[in-house]
Design a binder for this molecule. Structure first.
Ligand code: FAD
Length: 353
């Protein structure tokens, strides 16, 4: 494991990253060469933030673009949100059958990619964790304020695993009618890719698309430079953007982050993370506090960041090092409260601080 000398900084939610992006842009010493159009909104229980750099856009065009992105996100939620009572994924989860269930192309695409991650990561990434996520209160149900019994964990393990789902070109089949899936670890990244693609199809070349901390970039910012993005230090209770581990600069790349310091609960006096180790049926319990993964596609970056979080620092670093065209920054929380950071061999090329 390569350890870099610089002491820690962090991980992140994208919202903080988007704030940093604007700050850096407005503080740059260069003169802008493009106009910039920025719009934000709420989606997926979090926020989204889009920046377009290019020629000036009139008010009507701005309104068309932002309302189309918003409509796309509403429709995306209606397919893949487990928080939407009527969505396709909710209907899939409630469907108590082992017959093939017809699925949309979008659901098939994300589930297929998830199963590939499941296989490659030895089950560390596993979308069948839904019942465990719900028990601990990180899903669409409020959750219990106790730890599960051994029998409960055993029962979950009967319903989780890469082999609980089978796909063909148009259907998904459960091995047990009670199997249910959770795409929260990967779908925000997929949606960021879709937003960027959609804007490309509208003729834009310079795009920053962020959803809940997962970011896809294309081209350059208004200064004609790669998009600058802040990565937070993984401090419990730290405000997004207040304390940065690093600033990275990306063009035509995506970054996704996972961490233990924003989405957690206290159960019986112990802090538990929303990241579940599907192999044990329990929340992760190691010192990896945060990971950010850069690759060309946000769907893949998102899946890689959660899998790395499950695998822990040592195995996770090797997992990222071996994964084609992916680079990662991992931050561990040490016993004395300090942080240490680890990078894959190519991560440094993206540092801008
Ligand atoms: P990540 O590390 O990217 O993902 C962690 C999440 O993945 C966990 O919370 C869990 O759900 C799941 N997970 C845990 N362990 C594993 C594992 N080993 N393998 C695979 N998955 C795992 N939240 C709301 O509160 N309200 C909403 O209305 C809402 N709507 C959403 C709609 C969509 C389409 C999506 C994708 C998510 C939605 N969410 C909603 C969820 C919210 O955005 C999540 O908190 C978020 O997706 C978790 O992402 P993260 O980046 O914090 O963590």
């Amino acid at each position: 494991m390569k350890q870099h000398s610089r002491l820690s900084k962090n991980t992140t939610s994208i919202f903080c990253q988007s704030i940093l992006l604007l700050f850096l842009a407005s503080c740059g010493s260069d003169k802008p060469i493009y106009s910039e159009f920025t719009f934000n909104g709420a989606t997926m229980g979090t926020s989204y933030h889009v920046v377009l750099a290019g020629g000036p856009l009139d008010i009507q065009m701005r309104s068309i673009i932002s309302s189309r992105v918003d409509s796309f996100l509403i429709s995306y939620n209606h397919t893949l949100s487990t928080y939407d009572d009527q969505s396709e994924i909710t209907r899939f989860n409630r469907n108590q059958t082992i017959d093939p269930i017809p699925a949309s192309e979008e659901l098939l695409h994300v589930v297929r990619t998830s199963l590939e991650f499941c296989e490659r990561s030895g089950g560390a990434f596993d979308i069948t964790v839904m019942p465990i996520v719900n028990f601990f209160g990180f899903g669409f149900e409020p959750g219990e304020s106790r730890f599960p019994t051994v029998d409960e964990i055993d029962a979950w393990l009967q319903l989780t695993g890469c082999d609980r789902l089978a796909l063909d070109d148009s259907t998904i089949t459960k091995s047990d009618p009670r199997v249910s899936i959770d795409l929260s670890a990967i779908a925000k990244g997929d949606a960021a890719d879709h937003v960027a693609l959609f804007l490309t199809e509208m003729g834009f070349e310079n795009i920053f698309a962020e959803i809940g901390g997962e970011i896809r970039t294309l081209g350059v910012n208004k200064f004609g430079k790669p998009w600058k993005i802040g990565i937070d230090r993984p401090t419990f209770g730290g405000a997004p953007g207040a304390d940065l581990q690093h600033v990275i600069a990306l063009s035509n790349m995506a970054v996704a982050s996972s961490g233990d310091y924003r989405n957690y609960r206290e159960v019986e006096g112990k802090r538990i993370s929303h990241t579940i180790d599907p192999r044990t049926g329990s929340p992760i319990d190691h010192n990896l506090a945060a990971v950010s993964v850069i690759t060309s596609n946000c769907l893949i970056a998102d899946g890689l960041s959660t899998s790395t979080m499950v695998l822990g620092a040592e195995v996770g670093l090797k997992w990222l090092e071996d994964y084609p065209n992916a680079e990662g920054l991992l931050i561990t929380r040490e016993e004395d409260g300090s942080f240490k950071e680890y990078m894959t061999s190519g991560f440094k090329q993206y540092l801008a601080d």
